[in-house]
Design a protein around this ligand. Sequence first.
Ligand code: AMP
Length: 397
Amino acid sequence: MDKVMAVNAGSSSLKFKLYEMPEEKVLCSGNAERIGHEDAIFGIKWGSESEKKVLPILDHAAAVQLVVDALIEKKIIHSMDEIVAVGHRIVQGGKYFSHSELFSKDTEDKIESLIPLAPLHNKAHLVGFRAFKKILPNVTSVAVFDTAFHQSMEPQDYVFPIPYEYTTKYDCRRYGAHGTSHQYLSQEATKYLKGNKHPRIISCHIGSGASITAIKDSKCVATSMGLTPLGGIMMGTRTGDLDPSVMNYLCTCTGKSVEEMYQIFNKKSGFLGVSEVSNDSRDVLAAVDEGNEKAILANKLFIRRIADFIGQYYVRLGGVDMIIFSAGIGENSYEIRESICKEIEPALGLKIDYEKNKGKRGVEVVISKPESPIVVAVIPTDEEVMIARDTYHFYKK
Ligand code: AMP
């Protein structure tokens, strides 16, 4: 039976999920963390069992070997040949990739050339790919890009109003992110929109990273993240969109360099920066309940930013048939969903069943009433299964 592995390699981590295809049955999942350290952590879950151990994992190849050894030792597979393909999540595909691609020298070179646009991610993805290639040299390897789904945007949606020379010479434009998630959500949404030949969807992937995408006829027409995932709505630690002069002004005020301020915009802003409590929405909401003024403001800002993008995309799509909430906050926080819906309800005419919205966490559920002109649903995202599907597709070709 064909087994396909979905991989997400970071600079010091390697997440994996093994599927039996085409059934899409999850056989196991796991993570190697702190790669490069003597006290790295390796965790794996299979069936109802799980194991976690601390051990030296000196590089990504050692992590891959550990994964393969664990699969055999735990009898999840009997031989390495059962793994027919490996799909790698790649954060930045730039202008080159509008769909997933088989790994070739050319694919590798293009991913490498995009490192300046996603320095930490693309570099780490290549390290992960090369490590798998070393341990499993004969498998089909596929690159699945976070940006690919957004390549269908029109120039007026992705070009920044900067000197055009910078757009062409440096490829400085909107690429978006979370594309694999938005595509998965739009595919899952079709079952709620049967008979609608031109569905218009706004998908809200709101986790610690957050983005909103407008989808028409199954294609992305606009997305909130920009050149990098820093753009768009406010997030756990990222600013989202800002007046560009904020950078210049704050560097002058604080004496910090552009790079230092850029790190602050990425890692110390958003929920964390405004609330001064936490980047985690649960902590912020707990502080809201205690009457913490900054937490209340942070939460209001977050809701307002999301509502503004929904309004913008309502116009961009010429109306909307379905709004989807997903990812950590979208799937789990009924409070934030409720606040967003209350903010957009008067203009969009939604009818929400707020009791249903309070139901079980993390499950797929329609929260709008039957008479609502717009279907509003919570759909748990699944980027890994999309990676496995695309990868299996290349293997079978
Ligand atoms: P993600 O990046 O998709 O994993 O989402 C992380 C965000 O989801 C964090 O801000 C968490 O506070 C939020 N989150 C995760 N689980 C829950 C939960 N059970 N209730 C409320 N928020 C949650």
